[in-house]
Design a protein around this ligand. Structure first.
Ligand SMILES: Cc1cc2nc3c(=O)[nH]c(=O)nc-3n(C[C@H](O)[C@H](O)[C@H](O)COP(=O)(O)O)c2cc1C
Length: 304
């Protein structure tokens, strides 16, 4: 059987398939749908120091081959995560990537330091698709100088593997990937959702109360594959690729483009056990193709 183990910094995963943040709750909600030990890891819903109620409804709508969401980063906050969710998560034996965010650099650092100290959190994933309230609302993930500073200050505060999740809503992702590497992160995940909008032509209202939302699902996959390739050919740290993964072939596309691991998001809503199925199919695919180690696929794109 082919080796399926991959490494993200000091973290070894049993296989490269991870459930993506915001589409897998706090993991425990999925414990009766799949065997959490059989997937590489899962990422929690984005966590902040204080709990958040999120945006007014409607905050999701379907679009061609995808969906738009504007949940507004609703989450239980770090106190409830630690006291109520983590004890249940630990019992599942899952590998846990804690996704987190803040509105200021100080909030990011404080949230990261607390998660770093929590038993049962194996890695941290920093969502930088958030406005910096101290800098007039510019997103942390859209300015290389801001992003390198943020990454470096969080890096200093944590010992666990630090993954920075990039926003696709930029003209060129490469300087941002470089900023993350220079800031000392262990890995990059790419991509978060693409800014989108959809209108109900009968009522002439936006389908999302907050007008804009994040587009995800198969519709964004070619954009995501392109950005993963751009990141992988720019930096040396591992890339975790995501955006519209639905089949084992989709996951393979990301690995060949240069991703060491992949995440599955929106499709968890369609098929809650998809991560376990794709991990199994990836292993079988490698065996059928005579590939001894899944890592041999990473960045194996052939250019003419
Ligand atoms: C309903 C929903 C909520 C999400 N919440 C978060 C979040 O809290 N933090 C984060 O980093 N990404 C969040 N995402 C983005 C996903 O993790 C992922 O980057 C994106 O959806 C692209 O992957 P996909 O096409 O497989 O869904 C969310 C996505 C959806 C659809």
């Amino acid at each position: 059987m082919a080796n399926m183990k991959v490494r993200i910094g000091s973290l070894e995963l049993a296989n490269p398939v991870i459930a993506a943040s915001g589409t897998f709750g706090y993991g425990v909600e999925f414990a009766d749908k799949l065997d959490l030990r059989k997937i590489g890891a899962f990422a929690t819903k984005g966590l902040s120091l204080k709990k958040r109620a999120g945006n007014p409804m409607p905050r999701i709508c379907e679009t061609p081959s995808g969906m738009i969401n504007s949940i507004g980063l609703e989450n239980v906050g770090l106190d409830a995560f630690e006291s109520e969710k983590l004890p249940l998560i630990r019992k599942t034996g899952a590998r846990v990537v804690a996704n987190f965010f803040g509105e200021t650099q100080g909030e990011y650092v404080a949230a990261a330091a607390r998660l770093d100290a929590m038993d049962g959190v194996h890695a941290l994933e920093m969502n930088v698709s958030c406005p910096n309230v101290e800098k007039g609302g510019i997103e942390f993930g859209s300015d290389p100088v801001l992003l390198e500073k943020l990454t470096a200050s969080v890096r200093k505060a944590v010992r666990k593997p630090l993954i920075v999740k990039l926003s696709p809503n930029v003209a060129d992702v490469r300087p941002l990937a470089m900023a993350v590497q220079n800031g000392g992160a262990d890995a990059i995940s790419a991509i978060n959702t693409l800014k989108g909008m959809s209108i109900n032509v009968r009522t002439r209202e936006p389908k999302i109360r907050r007008v804009f939302g994040g587009l995800s699902g198969p519709a964004i996959r070619p954009v995501a594959v392109r950005m993963v390739y751009e990141c992988a050919t720019t930096v040396k740290i591992p890339i975790i690729g995501l955006g519209g993964i639905t089949t084992v072939e989709d996951a393979l596309e990301f690995l060949i483009a240069g991703a060491t691991a992949v995440q599955v998001g929106t499709m968890n809503f369609v098929e809650p056990s998809i991560c376990e199925r794709l991990a199994d199919e990836l292993s079988k695919w490698c065996d059928a193709e005579g590939i001894a180690d899944v890592n041999d696929l990473v960045g194996s794109l052939k250019l003419g």
